[in-house]
Design a protein around this ligand. Structure first.
Ligand code: DC
Length: 224
């Protein structure tokens, strides 16, 4: 069974997806980490992420893998662990370029489909899982939250690293990320008609979000 979780940035979908997979004993697949890994590889090797042809040439020779460890999911590119670089605070703009690249998306979508099929039972999390990667997923969730609340959560996470940050700046950046995710020419964030909406605005944490997801699945007669 495939569970597709798509949604907006900082909506809490990653922590919920991880916890849901753990509860069900399913494999968790963080597809955003794969886009991040390709961005980190390009950065490391001096490939300009906005040079779409150069990126496309390289990506065909990359082996992008995810590995689960006790400390969380890691991304490996051609066997090298690039997780730290892939999750660095200043990787955002590079990742957006990579996520806009049509050829990168073709390669990563195929890798994600392979990982999902190999797992058998999997929770995949991203932007285009229910629309492109697994349009036939048995369960699709669309996770979001009010933009002010998402900005508050990001501020709380990022303030220790960047003490000068303001709520207004984070809110503006969050709206810009939403716009970029929603208007991407390929693999744009869309709410599929068969998706179940999960609004996390008033949730205290992933436990509550997972409880909502499990309740929705039980209502669909899944034995979870
Ligand atoms: O979820 P995240 O912030 O780690 O995602 C990193 C980037 O990759 C972000 O710009 C959105 C993009 N992304 C995507 O386009 N499609 C996915 N399935 C997952 C992530």
């Amino acid at each position: 069974m495939i569970i597709a979780i798509d949604g907006t940035v900082a909506s809490g979908k990653s922590s919920a997806a991880k916890l849901l997979a753990q509860r069900l004993g399913y494999v968790y697949i963080n597809t955003g980490l794969m886009y991040r890994g390709v961005a980190a590889f390009c950065r490391r090797h001096g490939i300009s992420t906005n040079d779409s042809r150069a990126v496309a040439l390289h990506v065909k020779f990359l082996k992008v893998d995810l590995r689960n460890t006790a400390g969380g999911q890691r991304v490996l590119i051609n066997g090298n662990d690039l997780t730290e670089a892939a999750t660095a605070a200043d990787i955002g703009a590079y990742v957006s370029d990579i996520a806009d690249n049509k050829i990168v998306r073709e390669v990563l979508v195929r890798a994600q489909q392979r990982l999902g099929r190999l797992a058998g039972n999997a929770v995949l999390e991203g932007r285009d899982i229910g629309s492109v990667v697994f349009p036939d997923a048995e369960v699709k969730f669309f996770v979001t939250a009010d933009v002010c609340e998402r900005a508050r959560r990001r501020l709380a996470d990022d303030l220790p690293k960047n003490p000068g940050l303001t709520l207004a700046a984070v809110e503006e950046a969050t709206r810009a990320r939403d716009e970029r995710d929603r208007t991407r020419a390929v693999g744009a964030l869309v709410r599929m008609p068969d998706a179940i909406d999960i609004d996390t605005t008033h949730n205290r944490g992933p436990e509550q979000t997972v409880a909502q997801m499990l309740a929705a699945m039980r209502a669909m007669q899944f034995d979870v």
